[in-house]
Design a protein around this ligand. Structure first.
Ligand code: NDP
Length: 334
């Protein structure tokens, strides 16, 4: 059974739940914006589905719902935001403008978010940078749920990586993917909805390949995408988000987490490049024509296309969520 909700109701419900569970207006607003954007783009695993986890971390006190993240400048091209244990969206709100301004001034800039709790989809974080004319890359780690290539025990987070490229007046080109074969949220949604997952998504508790999402979630382990190559990219994400900026690697985050169902404390790394600074005045026309040739190949669709199609429809159709989730959220909202 499902319930249909207009986006305005998604927004109101999210805000009510977060405030009822201990967030102030600014913190509730920042998280609500990411939840509404996820639902609008049909990123189901990072919309209302995540709200009980956000609320659990507010209630347990792991996340400070009254945090005021602050900006530091450790080097001319580096913006460092101390999230003060907020959810990541508010820390990003604080760091975005300094990052854009620095990238436009210097050609290259990086953003280090520390002491944040990241639970959202990364595309919504790189897209605004590309809308501001910048090339952007973002990644974050999590808790160990993925076995490195060759191993059977969890060590990496699902370590998403997102990339955005500006296209002038057109929507930016954006891809955003867990570097595990599947995002954990997608496996949880499959378990909830009684669907199998593709072979290669994970192993069961005995270390055997399985298509049963419950077997992966209950004592099993997820796998990287693309075998040892994905595993290597997962190491890059961990090193950028923990080793470089002084935050917790996924295995360290797990040891310090209270397992309340919400995200652990960790870091996020973002890179912003201003194409105007690279000496190729025709970069936009050149790259755009190439993306058009790519999209024109038979069988190809560009990453982001599914989201953009949903984005046009959901303001009139609304979205659907399982009735059980709706009831849980109404209870959280009091
Ligand atoms: P998907 O595998 O669904 O998609 C990955 C990318 O590939 C998307 O950009 C998608 O575009 C694109 N894509 C999908 N199918 C095709 C196709 N047939 N042809 C071309 N492009 C395609 O995403 P994941 O399940 O890996 O990740 C889902 C979300 O989970 C991400 O937003 C990620 O940021 C988030 N996540 C967050 C974590 C956190 O700790 N905060 C941890 C892990 C993941 P489109 O969207 O248009 O389909």
């Amino acid at each position: 059974m499902t319930v249909r909700l207009p986006l305005a109701e998604v927004e109101a419900l999210s805000r009510r739940c977060l405030v009822a569970c201990g967030a102030d207006a600014a913190n509730a607003e920042a998280v609500t914006r990411t939840i509404v954007r996820a639902e609008q783009d049909h990123s189901v695993s990072h919309g209302l589905f995540r709200l009980p986890g956000y609320c659990a971390s507010l209630k347990s006190g792991k996340v400070d719902g009254h945090a005021r993240p602050t900006v530091e400048r450790p080097a001319p091209s580096v913006v460092r935001v101390d999230g003060k244990n907020a959810f990541a969206p508010l820390a990003l709100d604080v760091g975005r403008e300094p990052l854009i301004e620095t990238a436009k001034r210097q050609g290259v800039a990086a953003l280090a978010l520390v002491r944040v709790h990241h639970f959202s989809a990364l595309w919504a974080e790189v897209e605004p940078l590309a809308e501001a004319g910048l090339v952007a890359l973002a990644c974050t780690a999590y808790k160990p749920v993925v076995a490195p290539a060759g191993a059977r025990q969890p060590f990496f987070g699902t370590n998403p990586l997102a990339f955005a490229w500006p296209r002038g007046k057109k929507p930016p080109y954006v891809f955003d993917m867990a570097t595990s074969a599947m995002a954990r949220g997608e496996i949880q949604v499959a378990a909830r909805d009684g669907h199998a997952v593709p072979l290669g998504a994970g192993l069961d508790a005995a270390g055997e390949a399985t298509t049963d999402p419950n077997a992966i979630l209950d004592g099993g382990v997820q796998l990287p995408f693309g075998g040892y190559k994905g595993s290597a990219i997962m190491t890059m994400v961990e090193l950028l988000c923990a080793g470089l900026i002084g935050e917790r690697f996924s295995d360290e985050a797990a040891k310090l987490d209270n397992d309340d169902g919400g995200p652990p404390q960790g870091g996020e790394f973002m890179l912003a490049l201003d194409p105007q600074a690279f000496g190729h005045p025709n970069w936009l026309e050149h790259s755009d024509a190439w993306l058009e040739r790519l999209a024109g190949l038979e069988g190809v669709r560009l990453p982001g296309q599914r989201r953009h199609e949903a984005r046009q429809k959901t303001p009139t159709t609304g979205i659907t969520i399982p009735s059980a989730l709706h009831a849980e959220l109404l209870a959280l909202a009091g």
